[in-house]
Write a protein that binds this ligand. Sequence first.
Ligand code: SIN
Ligand code: MN
Length: 270
Amino acid sequence: MRLTPAQLAAYDRDGFLELPGLLDPGEVAVLRGEVDRVSQLQAEEVKREGADGPPKIMLGMHLAESATASAAMQALVRLPRTLDLAQQVLRETDLYIHHTKCNLKASIEGSAWPWHQDYGSWQLDGIRRPDMTTLMISLDPAAEINGCLYFLPGSHVEGRHDAVFDTSTAYHLYAVPHEVTRERIRRYGPPVAIVSRPGDAVLFDCNLLHASGHNLSADDRWQVYLCYNTCANRPEAIPNPRPAYVRGTDWHRPLQGINDTALMRAAGTD
Ligand code: SIN
Ligand code: MN
C-alpha cells in the first residue's frame, strides 16, 4: 500500500497517521479469534491486570517459538498493508520487529497507560536512534469511554525526554515526568482521541507522547500493536536485556513481504 506525499508529510509533521479500514472484517475476525485463544494461556508473555485479573498485554504472538505463537500474527507483520507502510515512513527496506503486543483493556478492569514515549523504554533496550514506528490496529470500536489512545500531535519533534519508571498501573513502564507532560500538553495540545472502528489503524512515531485511560464501559477494547525497527538500528549489547518477546533479536533477518491474502491463508479460512 503506497502512502501519498501528503500522508507522509502528515506523519512527519504530526507524528502519526490514521489509516481507516486497513483490515477487512474477515481479517479482524481471525485476529480476534487468535487473541481470544492466546488470552486463555498461562504464559510469561501474557501479563495481567494484577495477579489474577484479565490479560492486559500479550507479547510474542508473531514469534514462531513463543508460547503465544500465532500463524495469523506472523503473517500480519509481513503484509503489504503493514510492512510496506513501516518501510515508507522509516525510509528503509530492511526492518525487523522489536515486539508486537495485543492490549486487551478489559471492560471495567482494564487500566490506564500513563503519558509516555515508546522510545523512553526502547532507548534503554540499547537502541541508538528513534528510527522506529508502531502500527496500531483496532479489533474493537475504541472511544473515549473505553480507553482509546490519546496522541499529542507534533510532540515527537523534540525527541526523547528522560523517562521515569512508572509503577502506577499493572504494566510498569518508563513514562514522561508529570511536570514535563503538563508543559507539553499546554504547548502541543489539546490531545487527540484516536477513536476507531475494528480494522482501522494508526501509524505513530516512537517519540510521540501518548496515553490512554481506564476502560469504564461494558465492553473490552482490544488493539494490536506492531513495533518496527530498522535492522541498521539494532540494539547494542546491554547488561540484562529484556526477553526477546519484548526486545526483538531478529535484526539479522529482515522481514520479507508476503502476499496480501496471507493472513486469511494462515488461518485456513480462504
Ligand atoms: C501503549 O501505549 O503502549 C498502549 C496504550 C493502550 O493500549 O491503550
Ligand atoms: Mn506506548
